[in-house]
Design a protein around this ligand. Structure first.
Ligand SMILES: [Zn+2]
Length: 424
């Protein structure tokens, strides 16, 4: 299928310059002139709109949209251990499918085209992502104190079955191996994570140094910081995407500054759960690759990456007392190009250039909060709310056209969500 996006203002270009972008299959075939023999099945008029790479949510738990606004304004330990985990344990695969779908509806409406997830029901996630037409990177969170059926063995077997299912059904899903966190995984389980990641050639993802308690407990138990602990176990020598890194010691920056390590900051979740402000500006200065996520909807009640960009930039300026840090263009790159690296898509993803994945969105430049158009990057980070996204192409397929979702029946979705959450 060929798609021509006509007269688009490309992000980072002068706004008076308008170009055509040609999509063939699931890739961008050309920018500017049509490639030889190109036939457009669909032409999208992009006048008064900005064409940009889709935003990449590099850390979330999509089924958790079922818990949106369910357990707010309580202490972190209460939130996790008393409110969320008990109902989470009762969830079924079908309920998670609809929770995932709710998340995808919000993601597509607000410009996210791909996400990196830690899941309970990985197969449901593959199915929901396929039905919604979004691009998933899925991991099954491993937990436990030893390699038992309860903690690791069954979960890893499920992950392997899902990978096989995705391969057989031609899904665009890719996978990572996930150790949930150092406070839910023993050393044995962390070593297992590294072993299977090496064996399968998959990246690792984990939560790390999210709370002060986690940092202090690790110092007490292992006599080193959480970052050094992962380093000593060899995990930082592998391709790894680490959520949070709110609490870092001086020595940690050097350990994280390497091309195979990607940190994902989740400013809304860290602030809402009162875990602090990740030192993102400092990490960037130290050469650490930082991407952006929302975390699950139980701790960041929106999955909107425009809101996440807005918060990231403003919070860092406030914390650093420096209005120059985390500028609009840098923040956009964090949510696109850096997100693509953290999600394991490689260097050409998250850009508008021939050969890149056709994951693109159009943003309305005429909304009152976007005018006047002095600087589109500023408008996208400081003024946009996410509702300005009008069209979305993911994996070369149009999933939203003129704000209408083409892959998700929102009325049915509302019905299913109400049915599930009535029983909570
Ligand atoms: Zn998380």
């Amino acid at each position: 299928m060929g798609i021509c996006i006509q007269n688009a203002h490309l992000l980072y270009d002068d706004r008076k310059v308008r170009k055509n972008v040609y999509i063939e299959g699931n890739e961008i075939a050309a920018v500017g002139n049509a490639p030889e023999g190109f036939r457009a099945d669909t032409v999208i008029d992009a006048s008064h709109r900005t064409l940009m790479p889709g935003l990449i949510n590099a850390h979330t738990h999509v089924y958790m949209s079922l818990f949106r606004n369910f357990a707010d304004d309580v202490p972190f330990q209460t939130w996790l251990f008393e409110r969320i985990l008990p109902i989470e344990d009762e969830l079924t695969a079908e309920q998670c499918y609809w929770g995932d779908m709710l998340n995808f509806a919000e993601m597509i409406r607000t410009g996210t085209t791909a996400f990196l997830d830690q899941q309970m029901f990985t197969k449901s996630c593959v199915m929901a992502a396929r039905d919604a037409g979004i691009r998933p990177v899925i991991s099954r969170g491993l937990v436990g104190s030893v390699r038992t059926e309860e903690g690791v063995v069954r979960r890893w077997r499920e992950a392997l079955e899902t990978m096989e299912y995705a391969r057989e059904t031609g899904s665009n899903a890719t996978f990572m191996v996930s150790a949930h966190a150092i406070y839910t995984c023993s050393e044995d389980v962390l070593r297992f994570t590294l072993d299977v990641a090496r064996e399968k050639g998959l990246p690792i993802t984990t939560h790390l140094s999210e709370t002060k308690k986690e940092f202090d407990d690790c110092m007490k138990e292992h006599g080193m910081t959480p970052v050094r602990y992962l380093h000593e176990l060899g995990l930082l020598d592998h391709e790894i995407t680490i959520a949070h890194c709110v609490w870092l010691a001086e020595e940690d920056y050097k350990l994280l500054a390497r091309p195979n390590v990607h940190v994902v900051t989740n400013p809304a979740s860290n602030a809402k759960l009162a875990n602090g402000f990740a030192p993102v500006a400092r990490m960037l200065r130290e050469g650490i690759d930082v991407a952006l996520g929302t975390d699950g909807a139980a701790s960041d009640n929106t999955q909107n990456m425009f809101t996440a960009m807005h918060l990231l930039s403003l919070m860092q300026k406030g914390v650093e007392q420096d209005s120059v840090v985390l500028g609009a263009k840098e923040t956009l790159k964090i949510a696109t190009e850096n997100g693509a690296r953290a999600a394991g898509f490689g260097d050409t993803a998250g850009r508008i250039e021939p050969g890149a994945k056709a994951d693109l969105i159009l943003v309305d430049e005429t909304a009152p909060n976007m005018l006047p158009n002095f600087d589109i990057a500023s408008a996208l980070v400081y003024s946009a709310t996410g509702t300005e996204v009008t069209d979305s192409v993911i994996d070369g397929k149009i999933v939203m056209r003129n704000r209408e979702l083409l892959t998700i029946d929102e009325e049915r979705l509302r019905f299913e969500i109400e049915k599930i959450t009535d029983s909570f």
